[in-house]
Design a protein around this ligand. Structure first.
Ligand code: ARG
Length: 564
């Protein structure tokens, strides 16, 4: 409707369709119709008073899916409910599973770099942010028809591996093969501590890292074991979260590509030497700290590897857009490295996006304060522990309220994890997130379980109906205010998903789900759908709501239990 109005208006006044779209408003009072156009912006150009302009223009605009009414300086557009409802339902029934999906992104490739934890450490609770925001970016773009490559850019390189190698350098091959992750993590922590007291430990670690760099067999073997064990551990958690990647190529992969990369940057004539280090000055980009490519001791950096990875990804995938999902603390790094690409005049430099996010704060029951995910003893909160506890709490609720439910443990896992994930995605990325079990696992607030419950409730009405759902002969029962609001909301799903993609913001979808669920729940409280004379058309309401909520939640990576 908006596009149609904008197209007609644009041809009547001298304005582009895009500019008209930007001016079109949604009236606060629904009695004023679905959309409105303010005419005062035109009075200067047309040299007429806006009330007159509204009258003149509204006579000239016509369509069968809305009516046009001038009200003061506004033109209001009221949907022709019969037409709009018929259009939406016909489209929905034509391909129920595809509703809300599009082929908007056809032929375009998006690369999403997300999760990307450092190996030789367990996944901490805060890793959920990058993991689930990135996962949602992947899903929403796939749903919009893009070809998407999800990349887990593992932090699997760096001087810290020197400590791990030093700890096991006297082991033989068999002993190395039998190591487990806990032994590796403990050794790393132990060596770090020892290095603080004894500087020879640090020297040893440095020389072990050099061994790794030069491809020394045993160093390589220990590193490989550490990577394999870490990845297996991560994958167990990813599986519970329903997350997968198309590539696990991490930083180490780029080691032997860095010399070439550095040459390429040097050839672009943009490097300087400063105190023996190789840098790219970025003052002309308004960035006062230069990008460091190689330290004076020859060591390369995070940024060097990211530059190499970006070039490699462009060569491999020819992406149209690349997202990097990390906390906002890394914003300077991304600004720097994107600017270096731009300074090198690489064709993809303008298509790089950092999707930063805020801090995850956890409620600490004992100290009664929000903390950055550390216990009082300084121990980091593990992601898996949170998932376990959330699942356990969900199970307690099920045992209490629905002891007869089928697949209890599966549903408890879906509710517990869904609660944690939705809590993370329901606000703009950049905002800090507060997590408490009480708020997240609550069936009444703006939570995952509330949405899962709403979707399951709608699905259960449809199940009880038990007949094939057909296009109704008339739409009289579906144009009442409360039905119409729901259908209108459902009809915005395609547009909502595209907006979420273009802004890289899962919360836009989360909001859609919350608004739709609220509309449906108040409808459900008023209307007895199954024993209504118009059940054959009213059944479309729960059917559309359950499908739209499922699609929305699936784009957020929140599972939807069939029953709960
Ligand atoms: N491993 C990094 C960290 O834990 C995140 C990597 C993000 N991706 C990237 N291409 N820099 O902070």
């Amino acid at each position: 409707m908006k596009v149609e109005i904008a197209t007609q208006l644009a041809s009547l006044i001298e304005m582009s369709i895009d500019d008209v779209v930007k001016l079109i408003e949604v009236p606060k009072n629904t009695e004023h119709g679905e959309l409105a156009f303010p005419c005062f912006v035109l009075s200067k150009i047309l040299k007429k008073n806006p009330v007159q302009i509204a009258k003149d223009l509204s006579d000239k605009i016509s369509a069968n899916n809305f009516i046009t009414v001038p009200v003061g300086p506004y033109i209001n557009f009221k949907a022709n409910r019969q037409v709009l409802v018929k259009d939406v339902i016909s489209e929905f029934l034509a391909d129920t599973d595809k509703f809300g999906s599009s082929d908007f992104g056809q032929g375009k490739t998006i690369v999403v770099d997300f999760s990307s934890p450092n190996i030789a450490k367990p996944l901490a609770f805060h890793h959920i942010r990058s993991t689930m925001i990135g996962n949602s970016l992947v899903k929403m773009h796939r749903n919009a028809g893009y070809n998407v490559v999800g990349i887990n850019h593992l932090g699997d390189w760096g001087t810290q591996f020197g400590y791990i190698i030093a700890a096991f350098k006297d082991c033989d091959e068999e002993q190395i093969n039998n190591l487990n992750l806990k032994e590796i993590i403990d050794a790393y922590v132990g060596m770090n501590k020892a290095a603080k007291e004894d500087s020879s430990v640090e020297d040893m670690a440095r020389s072990c890292f050099l061994d790794l760099e030069s491809g020394h067999n045993k160093a390589r073997l220990i590193w490989q074991k550490c990577r394999d064990l870490s990845l297996a551990e991560f994958e167990r958690v990813y599986r519970r979260l329903g997350v997968s990647f198309d590539s696990n190529i991490g930083e180490a992969f780029f080691e032997d590509k860095l010399e070439n990369l550095i040459k390429q940057v040097e050839n672009a004539g943009i490097t300087n030497i400063s105190d023996g280090a190789l840098i790219v000055d970025l003052e002309d980009y308004g960035i006062t700290t230069p990008c460091l490519l190689r330290k004076s001791d020859g060591a390369t950096l995070y940024a060097t590897r990211d530059l190499a990875a970006a070039c490699y990804r462009y060569e491999t995938y020819k992406f149209d857009k690349a997202f990097y999902v990390t906390d906002s603390g890394q914003s300077l790094h991304f600004k720097q490295f994107f600017s270096v690409l731009d300074k090198m005049q690489l064709p993809f430099a303008k298509n790089m996006y950092h999707a930063p996010f805020g801090v995850l704060l956890v409620w600490d029951e004992t100290t009664k304060e929000w903390t950055k995910g550390r216990t009082r003893s300084g121990q980091i909160v593990l992601l898996e522990d949170i998932l376990d506890e959330a699942t356990k709490r969900a199970m307690d609720i099920i045992q209490d309220k629905r002891p007869d439910l089928a697949n209890k443990s599966q549903v408890a896992e879906q509710i517990g994890i869904g609660a944690v994930v939705f809590n993370d995605l329901k606000h703009r990325r950049i905002k800090d997130v507060k997590f408490s079990f009480e708020d997240a696992i609550n069936f009444e607030g703006e939570t995952g379980p509330y949405l899962q419950y709403s979707a399951a409730r709608a699905a259960s009405v449809v199940r009880k109906y038990g007949k094939e759902i057909k296009l109704p002969e008339n739409f009289n029962a579906l144009i009442s205010d409360s039905s119409f609001e729901i259908i209108k909301k459902v009809s915005t799903l395609p547009e909502v998903s595209l907006r979420a993609c273009s802004e890289g913001e899962p919360y836009i979808i989360a909001n859609f789900c919350l608004e739709l669920a609220a509309l449906f729940n108040s409808f459900y409280a008023k209307v007895h759908i199954l024993d209504n004379v118009d059940v054959d058309s009213l059944i479309l309401i729960p059917e559309m709501v359950s499908k739209a909520l499922s699609k929305g939640l699936s784009m957020l990576g929140v599972a939807v239990p069939e029953q709960m």
